[in-house]
Design a protein around this ligand. Structure first.
Ligand code: SF4
Length: 313
């Protein structure tokens, strides 16, 4: 029976912010998409495109661009923004480097992006597998340029980063993901300054490698905090900045605080370029590996131009 003197107080309704039109993408249906998916299944490869529920998968896979995720599909961390499964990963697959190289050859990739789950369970954090994949690619598809997007190797041997750099990738990417204030809730297993130091170390080991890093917007960061992250990246001599809209993969993940407008992304890009990045990719659908091959070519041209200008002075 209802107690009419004390009616139940309704729970406040929490409105989910609706996705604006500029975020909507078409469902993938093309022949190229189906072929890319078939190849990944045949070679038993995971991709971050699928695991992270990337909104660009239709466009990228139609063009046969996929970002391979090595070291399994189970991550030892549980970041609040990421859709990849968390738990105890399986043993490292020894056939994976050869399968990655086969995929690059069959897809005819001029540029490949390789990333991984976090493997805090392994003594080297998975660094040796990155090295094996880079070497296999250099052997099997020598004209393919290689971009790696690594975890932070926190609490692992300092040689982890040195080994990977020595294997000679063309681009070393490590994402800062968000502003330092939001790390405890968004990236609790990581440390902002440790990630920044990693980027700095890469350049110290080999100044000729391009370094790249990115953040997601829409998690509650302030404009000036974003500017500060850009300054921090530049102080670590990062060449390429990516910024994209955070999208909540499931209701269990961190909520979107706001949808940043395309104009605001353009304004951030202009500021990034003024701060000295060789390349800035900034739009709602920008992801670390989105158009990575085209951007790499532009970044290389921008560096050559900068060096030529410096010689003329
Ligand atoms: S943007 Fe990157 S992760 Fe997303 S579908 Fe394209 S290649 Fe995959």
């Amino acid at each position: 029976m209802n107690d009419m003197t004390n009616p139940p107080v309704p729970e406040p309704r929490r409105e989910r912010i609706r996705k604006p039109d500029w975020i909507r993408v078409k469902a993938p249906t093309s022949k190229g998409f189906a072929e890319t998916r078939k190849l990944m299944r045949e070679l038993n490869l995971n991709t971050v495109c699928e695991e992270a529920a990337c909104p660009n998968i239709g466009e990228c896979w139609t063009k046969k661009h996929a970002t391979v995720m090595i070291l399994g599909d189970v991550c030892t961390r549980a970041c609040a923004f990421c859709n990849v499964k968390t738990g105890m990963p399986r043993v490292v697959d020894k056939t994976e480097p050869a399968h990655v190289a086969e995929a690059a050859a069959k897809l005819g990739l001029e540029h490949i992006v390789i990333t991984s789950v976090d493997r805090d369970d392994l003594p080297d954090g998975g660094a040796d597998q990155f090295v094996r994949v880079i070497r296999e690619l250099r052997d099997q598809t020598p004209s393919t340029t290689i971009e790696i997007l690594t975890p932070d190797f926190r609490n692992k041997h300092r040689q982890a980063i040195e080994k990977i750099v020595a294997a000679g990738p063309d681009v070393y990417n490590h994402n800062l993901e968000t502003v330092p204030r939001l790390y405890p809730t968004i990236r609790p297993g990581a440390r902002y300054y440790a990630s920044l130091r990693l980027l700095d170390e890469v350049k110290q080991h080999d100044p000729s490698i391009f370094t790249k890093s990115g953040i997601m917007l829409g998690l509650g960061e302030q404009r000036l905090e974003v500017h500060q992250v850009m300054d921090d990246m530049r102080s670590a001599d990062v060449d390429f900045l990516t910024m994209g809209q955070y999208l909540q993969p499931t209701p269990k993940h961190a909520e979107v605080i706001d949808f940043v407008t395309p104009q605001a992304f353009d304004a951030f890009a202009a500021i990034g370029r003024a701060k000295g990045f060789l390349m800035v990719a900034s739009s709602p659908l920008t992801r670390s590996s989105y158009h990575a091959g085209d951007d790499f070519a532009q970044m290389r041209a921008a560096r050559e131009e900068k060096l030529a200008k410096a010689k003329l002075r």
